[in-house]
Design a protein around this ligand. Structure first.
Ligand code: UGA
Length: 453
């Protein structure tokens, strides 16, 4: 039997997963309540920037392996395996995750199922969610008199990075699948694991490790991974605070640490810190959940991780003030506004936060990002969005490099000199060679370095 796959939720995660499942050879139906999103995806237009994804999307719309719908009846009839990839944003004004979309998706599906099905959660959820949803599915099926159906729920967290979403989905570092019980004699568990081994046959045959476990471990692996990454970034940024006072070179420190294979060099890039739709909200939601279950002390260190991260943004604002004397009326060029390169995502972007705060303090802020301007303008329209680094630098008293796009990393002082009013730059991502700039009379400041060093 060929497997038919639905992917419920067609945001970043869902649209990527649906497209990649088609690339793995399955017939796929993407499902969303947002008709505009469905129309756009059906035309081959992605509402976000992600390398390689548009080509694959169009390839599989054309091959007929990928379709989109808003209709849960159609989804329930079609799918053997239903992936849930809806968002779990931070609740406004709280740290906890908002589970409305996950709850709705599972409920809708359970209300429409008429044949055996495996439901597979991919969204990032607080520990305990899968077990709770499992009970919801059982009770809805019982209410409908459909409890004779074989319906199982597994949790298979997603670890994809924006900017490398296709590669991370097709060749992940690991696959984690959690099911309700861990008893080997449990046939439902075996059935669920067996189906997912078929879905992921290609990566598994290429050697991707598969961890088959219980719900709680699967849910926790995801948030633990993001908490670890966030901690690693804040760790090096905490040392930035020290080297900014005592001197030293934060990049060399990170390199030297990274040579220890137990530590590794990745995620030790000091700078304006982490942002995006995942790391900041996940460490907050993890603390909120830990508080709920009586383990608040265990996750308290994440408060510090969050605070170190946010202090980096304050630091850039203070440095700008120090360099300019007064922000009111100063012209500042901001290079990069997305939360990281190869992404147009500005959710919780350190760069946009800093730009907005400088504007609020009276500076005239010109922003250029190769992909992020549109989303940034939707969130904070009052900045002056321009379409090149040169345009941003025009008459600038200070240049801030806040997202390390390749075109900024390659940039030299000569590229900006014809445009700026004052030769001053703050490298918020530690990617420029300071000597090249100071040799040409620039005031150069990189985060993690003592001013003037
Ligand atoms: C993160 C995780 O890396 C993924 O594994 C996970 O699946 C995803 O969240 C998610 O939960 O969906 P992502 O948010 O795409 O992925 O971005 P990262 O590459 O992790 O970068 C996060 C932030 O950390 C960015 O703002 C980046 O600029 C910053 N960062 C990263 C640093 O400041 N320093 C570093 O050394 C590395």
């Amino acid at each position: 039997m060929d497997l038919n796959i639905t992917v419920i939720g067609t945001g970043y995660l869902g649209a990527t997963h649906a497209t990649c499942m088609a690339e793995l050879g399955f017939n796929v139906l993407g499902v969303d309540v947002d008709q505009d999103k469905i129309d756009s995806l059906s035309r081959g237009v992605l509402p976000f920037h992600e390398p390689h994804l548009p080509e694959l999307l169009r390839k599989h719309l054309a091959s007929g392996r990928l379709r989109f719908t808003t209709d849960y009846t159609e989804a329930a009839e079609f799918g053997d395996v239903h992936f849930i990839g809806v968002g779990t944003p931070q609740k406004p004004g709280e740290h906890a995750a908002d589970l409305t979309y996950v709850d709705d998706a599972v409920l809708q599906l359970a209300r429409h199922l008429r044949k055996d099905a495996l439901i597979v959660g991919k969204s990032t959820v607080p520990v305990g969610t899968a077990r709770r949803l499992r009970a919801v599915v059982d009770s809805v099926l019982a209410e409908r008199g459909m409890d004779g159906l074989k319906v199982a729920l597994a949790w298979n967290p997603e670890f994809l990075r924006e900017g490398r979403a296709v590669e991370d989905t097709l060749t992940p570092d690991r696959l984690v699948v959690g099911t309700g019980t861990n008893r080997p004699e449990d046939t439902e568990r075996e059935w669920a694991h067996g189906l997912l081994r078929r879905v992921y046959a290609k990566p598994l045959s290429a050697g991707t490790p598969l961890i088959e476990t219980d719900y709680e471990t699967a849910e926790l692996v995801k948030v633990a991974a993001n908490a670890f990454l966030a901690t690693k970034i804040s760790f090096i940024n905490a040392f930035s605070e020290v080297t900014e006072i005592v001197g030293g070179d934060i990049r060399t420190l990170a390199d030297a640490l990274g040579h220890d294979t137990r530590i590794g060099r990745k995620f030790l890039n000091a700078g304006v810190g982490f942002g995006g739709g995942c790391l900041p909200k996940d460490i907050r939601a993890l603390q909120a959940r830990a508080n709920e279950v009586g383990a608040s002390a265990a996750m308290r260190f994440l408060t510090e991780v969050d605070e170190i991260n946010l202090r980096r943004r304050d630091r850039v604002v203070h440095l700008a003030e120090e360099h300019l004397g007064i922000l009111d009326g100063a012209r500042i060029a901001v290079l990069g506004v997305s939360f990281k390169p190869e992404s147009d995502d500005v959710r919780d972007s350190p760069a946009l936060d800093i730009a907005a705060r400088l504007y609020s303090s009276g500076a005239e802020v010109s922003v250029y990002d190769p992909q992020g301007n549109r989303n940034a303008a939707a969130r904070f329209p009052r900045l002056n969005y321009v379409d090149s680094a040169h345009a941003a630098a025009a008459e600038a008293d200070l240049v801030l490099l806040l997202t390390e796009w390749d075109e900024f990393k390659r940039m030299g002082p000569q590229d900006l000199e014809p445009y700026v009013r004052e030769r001053r730059i703050i490298d918020g991502r530690n990617v420029l060679d300071g000597e090249k700039w100071t040799d040409r009379g620039w005031t150069f400041q990189a985060l993690g370095h003592r001013p003037g060093v």
